[in-house]
Design a protein around this ligand. Structure first.
Ligand code: NAI
Ligand code: CS2
Length: 488
C-alpha cells in the first residue's frame, strides 16, 4: 500500500490575475514551473496565474484541462511506497493555437499589459536551431511560414515576435522570455533564435529586441516521464485519482534562474527557486552529468534489452559505467565544482535513476537525439580531446546512437527526431560500410563539431565499436572495457 501525502491547493484562482503565458503545455511544465508558481501564489498572492498553450500538438490535453477547469494533480513518487499527491490550480486557462481563433486568443494574451513573463517548454527542436552551432534554421517550412505570414505565426519564435511587435506599437513594455528547456544557455539561444527571425524581416526591430527584451537563462531539473496508460492505472490504484490530466514525477525538483526580469516576477525564492547571476555552471553540470547519463542509458541500455531507466540501473556493469562516465569524463569538464561535490551529485543522480516507481521509458529519452547529444556528450568530448583525455564512455554512447539509427531504419521504426529523414538516408546510402556511414555522420556540422569531424583516430575507434555492437558483442562487455581505457 503506497503511503500518500495529500497537499491540497491553498489558492483561489479567481483572486489572482494572469501574469505568465506558457508555451508548451506538456508534462514537465505541469510538474515543474506550475508547481513553483502554485507555491509562490499560496505564500505571497499576486497576479501570477498562468495561461498555458500548446501550439503544435496535443490539443486533446488542452480540451482535458478545460474540461477539468484547469485544475489537476501532480503525483510525486519518492519510491514505490511513498508519494505526495499535490493539487495544482495555478493554470487559469489553456489554449490550443492550431486554429486561427486559438492563435488570436494566445496572441491577445501575450500582448496583454498583464502578461509580464512568457515561459517555454517546447523541446530542443522548438527553437529551430542547428544543435551544434545554435544558428536559426531559416529554411525549415515552419520558419519559412512565419517569415511569409508574420501576423499568423505557427512557431513559438513567431508568436513571441508578433506579440512583441504589437506591444511595442501599443507602447507596452516587453515581457521577459524564460526558456525552461534542456539547452545550454537556453535564454541566450532563445534570444538568438527570436532576433535571427526578426533580422530576416526587419533589422531595426531586431535591434529593438536586442536592447529591450530580457531572455534570462535557467537550469531546470525534475524527472517527469510521459504519462502512460500504465502510469494512469498506477496513480488510480495508489491515489484514487482518475484524471487524464494527472502528471507523475520524482520528488526531487530544482530551478536555477538568472534574476533578470525588468517587468517583475513572482517571489519564486520562497518556493525554493535559486535566483542567481549566472546559471552556466549549474546547467553544464546537469546537462552533462544527468542528461548525458540518461542518453547513454537510452541507447546502450536499450541495445542491452532494457526498457526503463530503473531496470537498466539494476545491471551492475551499467551502473558502474555511468559512475565512470560522470566521474572520469564529465567531472574534468566542470572546474567550478570540487571532486567531492561532483561525487555527491553523481551518487544522488544514480539514486534518482534507480527510482523504479517512475517507469521512465528509455525510448522517450532516446527521442530527438540529434538535438540533445551536442550539449550532453559532444561538447564534453571536444573539451576532453583538447585536454588529451580519453572519453571511451562517450564514444561507446555515440556508437550506440549510430547502431540505434541503423536498427531503426532497418526495422522501419521512427526515431522521433527532426533529422530522421536525413539520418535514415545516410544509413541507406552507406549500409554495410560503417567507416563511410560514421564518416558521413561526423561531417554533419549541424550535429558534430568540426573538431570531431576531423579526428581520424576517433573515426577508427567508433567503427570498431559500431561493428562490435552490430556483430552482437554484449554492451556490458564493451562497458567493462571502457574502464580499462579510462584507467590508462
Ligand atoms: P511533452 O511531450 O509532455 O511536451 C512537449 C511540449 O513541447 C508539448 O507542449 C508540445 O506541443 C511542445 N512542442 C513540441 N515540439 C514543438 C515545436 N516545434 N514548437 C513548439 N512546441 C513544441 O514533454 P515534456 O516532458 O513536457 O518536456 C518538454 C521539454 O521540457 C523537454 O524537451 C525539455 O526541454 C524540458 N524538460 C523536460 C523534463 C522531463 O523530465 N520531462 C525535465 C527537464 C526539462
Ligand atoms: C531526459 C530529460 O527525456 C530526456 O531527454 O533526459 O527529460 C530528463 O528527464 C530531465 O532533464 C531531468 O531533469
Amino acid at each position: 500500500m503506497t503511503n500518500i501525502q495529500r497537499i491540497d491547493s491553498q489558492i483561489e484562482p479567481s483572486q489572482h490575475d494572469v501574469g505568465i503565458v506558457h508555451i508548451g503545455l506538456g508534462a514537465f511544465h505541469r510538474a515543474h514551473q506550475a508547481v513553483y508558481v502554485e507555491q509562490t501564489l499560496a505564500l505571497h498572492g499576486g497576479d501570477w496565474m498562468i495561461v498555458s498553450a500548446n501550439i503544435r500538438s496535443n490539443h486533446k490535453l488542452v480540451e482535458q484541462m478545460q474540461a477539468a477547469g484547469h485544475g489537476y494533480h501532480v503525483v510525486e513518487y519518492a519510491d514505490m511506497n511513498n508519494a505526495n499527491l499535490r493539487e495544482i490550480k495555478a493554470i487559469k486557462n489553456t489554449l490550443f493555437s492550431g486554429s486561427d481563433e486559438g492563435r488570436e486568443a494566445l496572441l491577445s494574451q501575450m500582448t496583454s499589459p498583464a502578461t509580464k513573463i512568457v515561459t517555454l517548454t517546447i523541446t530542443e527542436k522548438g527553437y529551430y536551431l542547428a544543435p551544434s552551432t545554435g544558428e536559426l534554421l531559416l529554411d525549415t517550412p515552419d520558419i519559412q511560414h512565419d517569415m511569409a505570414f508574420p501576423s499568423q505565426p505557427k512557431t513559438a519564435l513567431g508568436l513571441i515576435l508578433e506579440s512583441l511587435k504589437q506591444r511595442r506599437a501599443l507602447g507596452l513594455a516587453a515581457f521577459t522570455v524564460l526558456s525552461c528547456d534542456n539547452m545550454p544557455h537556453n535564454g541566450v539561444r532563445a534570444k538568438g533564435a527570436v532576433v535571427a527571425l526578426a533580422k530576416a524581416q526587419d533589422d531595426e526591430f531586431a535591434q529593438w529586441i536586442e536592447q529591450n527584451v530580457a531572455f534570462p537563462n535557467s537550469m531546470v531539473d525534475r524527472i517527469v516521464p510521459a504519462v502512460s496508460e500504465q502510469a494512469l492505472a498506477m496513480i488510480k490504484a495508489d491515489t484514487g485519482i482518475n484524471e487524464p490530466t494527472v502528471v507523475k514525477c520524482e520528488q526531487f525538483s530544482q530551478w536555477v534562474i538568472e534574476d533578470h526580469f525588468p517587468s517583475g516576477r513572482p517571489q519564486w525564492e520562497s518556493a525554493g527557486v535559486q535566483m542567481v547571476e549566472d546559471v552556466s555552471s549549474y546547467e553544464m553540470m546537469k546537462l552533462r552529468m544527468l542528461n548525458g547519463s540518461h542518453s547513454l542509458l537510452a541507447y546502450l541500455g536499450s541495445i542491452a534489452g532494457f526498457k526503463t531507466v530503473a531496470d537498466a540501473m539494476q545491471d551492475k556493469d551499467i551502473r558502474a559505467f555511468l559512475e565512470r562516465y560522470m566521474m572520469q569524463e564529465v567531472a574534468p569538464t566542470l572546474p567550478s565544482f570540487s571532486q567531492a561535490e561532483l561525487a555527491t551529485y553523481c551518487q544522488q543522480l544514480l539514486a534518482r535513476f534507480e527510482n523504479d516507481s517512475l517507469q521512465h521509458q528509455l525510448k522517450q529519452i532516446a527521442m530527438d537525439g540529434s538535438q540533445k547529444l551536442p550539449q550532453r556528450w559532444l561538447s564534453s568530448l571536444v573539451e576532453l580531446q583538447e585536454k588529451s583525455l580519453a572519453a571511451p564512455a562517450i564514444e561507446l554512447g555515440m556508437a550506440g546512437w549510430m547502431v540505434s539509427l541503423c536498427e531503426a531504419e532497418q526495422n522501419q521504426q521512427s526515431i522521433n527526431d527532426p533529422l530522421e529523414a536525413v539520418l535514415f538516408e545516410f544509413v541507406r546510402r552507406h549500409r554495410d560500410d560503417s567507416m563511410s556511414l560514421i564518416s558521413a555522420l561526423l561531417q554533419r556540422n549541424d550535429i558534430f563539431p568540426t573538431a570531431l569531424a576531423n579526428n581520424k583516430a576517433l573515426l577508427v575507434r567508433l567503427v570498431s565499436l559500431v561493428d562490435g555492437l552490430l556483430a552482437g558483442e554484449k554492451v556490458q562487455s564493451l562497458m567493462r572495457s571502457t574502464s580499462q581505457s579510462n584507467d590508462k
